[in-house]
Design a protein around this ligand. Structure first.
Ligand code: IPE
Ligand code: MG
Length: 236
């Protein structure tokens, strides 16, 4: 979700107004997701590198995240959606941690859509942590490893595992991953949009999913392989 700050500055507003407008875009996208066939949506709200931003901006973002979690709980329950937060918790304020805990519990029965909000998230750090805490001999597959990549909180034990990202959308015109779901995005279809995040609407999500369905995914194999024809001539 990139481009909040630029969206605001272009309108002569403060960056925090851009973040507020960004929250509205989150509401639109979360609401539109199930109708687009999306059952799992991960939103990159605050990266571990975002701590380097000015103190006031960090404070405003944390305040808005807490407000979002609080204000959306009932809406999530009513729409059968589950909310989970991934990323480190130990550097978050106690009130935000408590809010996360509360909303994860309150929405734990949601099955129609899972929304994961990444806060203090770094994909490299989560890979590192998973690799250094590997239970010896018990991780035998990529799926098992992916299970370790989400934060190890009790409530997430029952969370659906994201072993692969199908579609990764980045708004704001930059074409980079910025430490987001690197392992899981091995074969993700990437879509870079020049829209600033506050401009991103339900129709843009719909169009992105349509574009995704037009892509041919080969996962390194050949197109429409004939049975038994797998050989060393893989395309990538
Ligand atoms: C939103 O956009 C990203 C976060 C919520 C941290 P930015 O704040 O990065 O906006 P730009 O890139 O400065 O426009
Ligand atoms: Mg940015």
């Amino acid at each position: 979700m990139d481009g909040n700050g630029r969206w605001a500055i272009r309108r002569g507003l403060r960056r925090s107004a851009g973040h507020r407008a960004g929250v509205q875009a989150v509401r639109r996208v979360v609401e539109a997701a199930p109708d687009c066939g999306v059952t799992m949506l991960t939103l990159f709200a605050f990266s571990s590198d975002n701590w380097m931003r000015p103190r006031d901006e960090v404070k405003a973002l944390m305040w808005m995240l807490r407000g979002y979690l609080r204000s959306e709980t009932q809406r999530f329950i009513d729409s059968g959606a589950r909310l989970l937060v991934i990323g480190r918790r130990d550097r978050l304020a106690a009130q935000l941690r408590a809010e996360i805990h509360r909303v994860e519990r309150a929405t734990a029965d949601g099955r129609r859509l899972t929304v994961r909000i990444a806060i203090d998230y770094s994909s490299r750090d989560s890979i590192l942590r998973a690799a250094t805490t590997l239970p010896t001999g018990r991780v035998s597959s990529r799926e098992d490893f992916a299970r370790l990549l989400a934060s190890p909180n009790a409530i997430t034990d029952t969370a659906p595992v994201v072993s692969q990202v199908d579609l990764l959308i980045r708004t704001g015109g930059e074409q980079r991953l910025s430490d987001f779901m690197l392992w899981e995005s091995a074969y993700a279809e990437l879509l870079f949009s020049d829209l600033m995040w506050p401009e991103f609407a339900a129709d843009d999500l719909r169009a992105a999913v349509e574009e995704f369905h037009r892509r041919e995914r080969r996962f390194g194999a050949l197109r429409n392989p004939k049975p038994g024809a797998a050989s060393g001539q893989g395309e990538t």
